[in-house]
Design a protein around this ligand. Structure first.
Ligand code: 10E
Ligand code: SF4
Length: 319
């Protein structure tokens, strides 16, 4: 039986960013250098497949530091960043803490701290409860930041001193939504200071850019990633807003609903910053089993960002 044709447009860039590569490498390196168990506070990155793979190699994932027993085993803080209280508590307990926070998240922590030192109240644009938001707010004393999630939130804001305000953002937000929020904040509080545009990172920006190009050209789109991955959810939203009729965020090939994807002739595929390429390949193979597939890569940006491992792992590595 002949298979129907399917054109797959593969977004580039997609998948792992430099911060995710560094964080996963940190866990793997710690396992090699120190042996199991290596404790990891929170999912190292928001991908179940990655987490399961590391768990099989001896990583033990915990929600909070108090689940880590006293001893010499390393405890790694996830790429999303942690409140200041976490490394402090690790130090107090003489645990071997290793910080795998992405340097681009740490940069936002530093920005927030600097604004605070200069006497500014900080508006943090981000999603309530997300670990990166919890980590950024946790760099400063309670009450030093106000979370802004939506445009609507801005109407409810009021401050004693509107001349001493600053904004910072989560790194994985929608570029378009955030620019609307920043513009509205600047209109409401003309003296507010902040970064040139926002703190959305290169990887988030580039992945959304590629989806914008591909989504209008295809009947359906798959975003490879976990449901708890903020940047992956934003890719799904971008594809939907560009008018792609069917968009699904899927972890892997088993999750493909063939009643939805069985009758299409064009498909776009991208992957969130925490989704491994092997899962993109698995999904492409599943389509190749049912369709006569042609693949074209649509590239909208080049990436060459690399972050070295956390210092503790680098020094050891050199020995
Ligand atoms: O939910 P997020 O998109 O923040 O995280 P992720 O683990 O899916 O992707 C990596 C992004 C990080 C670490 C936040 N800057
Ligand atoms: Fe770093 Fe951006 Fe990747 Fe987050 S999405 S880990 S900020 S490079």
């Amino acid at each position: 039986m002949t298979k129907p044709p399917l054109l797959i447009l593969l977004c580039a860039p997609r998948g792992f960013c430099a911060g995710v590569v560094r964080a996963i490498d940190a866990v793997e390196r710690a396992l090699v250098l120190y042996g199991a168990p290596v404790y990891v506070r929170h999912e190292i990155v928001h991908n179940k497949y990655v987490v399961e793979g590391l768990r099989r190699k001896g990583a033990v994932f915990v929600k909070e530091l108090d689940e880590v027993p006293d001893g010499d085993a390393p405890v790694i803080f996830s790429a999303h960043g942690v409140p200041k209280s976490v490394p402090e508590a690790a130090l107090a307990r003489r645990l071997f803490g290793i910080d795998a926070t992405c340097p681009l998240v740490t940069k936002v922590h530093r920005e927030a701290l600097l604004h605070h030192k200069r006497g500014r109240h900080i508006l943090l644009i981000g999603h309530a409860g997300h670990p990166e938001v919890v980590g950024t707010q946790g760099q400063l004393p309670q009450g030093a930041t106000t979370l802004v999630e939506t445009l609507e939130d801005i109407a409810t804001l009021s401050f004693a001193d509107e001349s001493a305000l600053a904004f910072v953002t989560q790194t994985t937000l929608s570029v378009d939504d955030t620019s609307d929020i920043v513009r509205a904040l600047q209109a409401r509080f003309p003296a507010i200071v902040g970064p040139h545009k926002e703190d959305i990172c290169y990887a988030t920006t580039n992945r959304q850019g590629a989806v914008k190009r591909v989504a209008p050209l295809v009947e359906a789109m798959i975003v490879v990633g976990s449901a708890n991955s903020s940047n992956s959810q934003r890719l799904r939203e971008v594809a939907e807003r560009e008018g792609c009729p069917v968009v699904r965020l899927l972890l892997r090939a088993d999750d493909i609903d063939w009643s939805v994807f069985g009758g299409i002739a064009t498909l776009g595929i991208t992957a969130g910053a925490s989704a491994p390429e092997v899962l993109v390949e698995e999904i492409m193979d599943a389509f190749a089993a049912r369709f006569e597939v042609t693949v074209e890569t649509v590239s909208t940006a080049d990436e060459s960002v690399f972050f070295p491992l956390p210092r503790e792992l680098r020094e050891q590595a050199a020995e």
